[in-house]
Design a protein around this ligand. Sequence first.
Ligand code: NAD
Length: 493
Amino acid sequence: MDITRELAAFGLALPSDGDLTAHSPIDGSITGRLASSDATAAIDRAATAFTQWRDVPAPRRGELIRLFGEELRASQDALAALVTLEAGKITAEARGEVQEMIDICDFACGLSRQLYGLTIASERPGHRMSETWHPLGVVGVISAFNFPVAVWAWNFALAIACGDSVVWKPSEKTPLTALACQAIFERAAKRFGGVPAGLSEVILGDATVGAALVADPRVALVSATGSTRMGRAIGPIVAQRFGRVLLELGGNNAMIVAPSADLELATRAILFSAAGTAGQRCTTLRRLIVHESIQAELLSRVERAYSQIRIGDPRVAGTLVGPLIDRMSFEAMQSALARARTEGGTITGGSRVDVAGLDGGFYVKPALVRMPGQTAVVREETFAPILYAFSYTDLDAAIALQNDVPQGLSSCIFTTNLREAERFTSASGSDCGIANVNIGPSGAEIGGAFGGEKETGGGRESGSDSWRSYMRRATNTINYSTSLPLAQGIQFG
Ligand code: NAD
């Protein structure tokens, strides 16, 4: 696939030399050849940039992000087109992903005037205590293929406003969108003037390049998004050097549908959250836990909706489900379906779909699998459009099932019963980082803190007070008296 024109929109030439090949999942063809980066050199530059950037007043730093947001607005369609080519998202979702970048820029710009610390009552006369939030250092961002630009932006916009420099290792499956993001940022930096070289670095390559970022003690925070396998590999390495991690790992998200639910609403939510993005969101709906009294009715509605989904070229208007990222992903889906069958599942859909002219792409019918219960395969995340459905009789048991998986990212309940809704969102309800009522588990807004518990890694990024991960806290005690009282009333000498 020739993407010369799409890259030219960012002033980029088609990269044609190097050890990495970029592909488009639309037809499986090669889109470019790129060279792996030297991570250490990039960290050197970022570490130097940090020493200058941390002293720039926070509202000025916010101004740079405001300009970046403006540039993103101007490039929204061009960047979304590249996301579609490289990650296979349909145009509407790709535009939505870039919109998230714009939204977080607005948020981070406002935040740059609100990096508040507390003033704390001192127990000693003539003393004042307060806390100050300072920039942290170099932030390493490792990102997954399925949100090739938004996840970086969630980290980047906050980190820059907080006074850090950023080194980004995008997924090896989506290097070109990363280069485009850097080009957009450079436009903003040029307008701002005086941005230190190395404030934003992109390093291309596979896990070995990421590993260099993880191991380097100058990288104060490693914010990594991807599989639980990846998090398990990098977490101990960063811990060993007492660095900070922010992990955003796999999910296994559920919806409980109660007898009082609005089934029309639930069906629409299921369609978007289970089949949308070809099942390749960390928050994709993977488990449907339905009250036995409405199971037949709901599943027949879902089947009807699934039969109308248009699967194919994500660039074409009307397509709802584009390709899987690659052959490996297709094979993982088929093997999960085979296991589901041996565990008692009855499968509708799931087979490969031929799309004319796009033979090298892996297009599939989203699968709906009726399961006898929450068997072993259901407890794993398979990054493909497979929805496992099983029934419940009692809400407590349904909540226990929702929680009885290793992952803890997103969850929801569809009910019009206030007691059930409150029970689900209470301390003894869902154990996930995201617990919704009458909304599917996917498609979060940037204003809330995003992330999950257990094997999802415990990190929170984006809105609320997630910014604190990108700063260090200093407690300051100021003595403005003429004596030196010790805390706890200690007399010494
Ligand atoms: P992946 O784990 O294969 O790769 C993610 C990134 O980690 C890539 O950049 C990869 O090069 C890098 N990496 C892998 N091993 C590494 C190592 N040992 N050291 C350093 N870097 C390493 O994931 P993927 O297939 O790109 O993405 C899909 C996964 O990401 C799914 O599990 C999905 O749930 C998860 N995800 C989670 C969130 C979230 O916010 N929780 C968001 C998006 C995706």
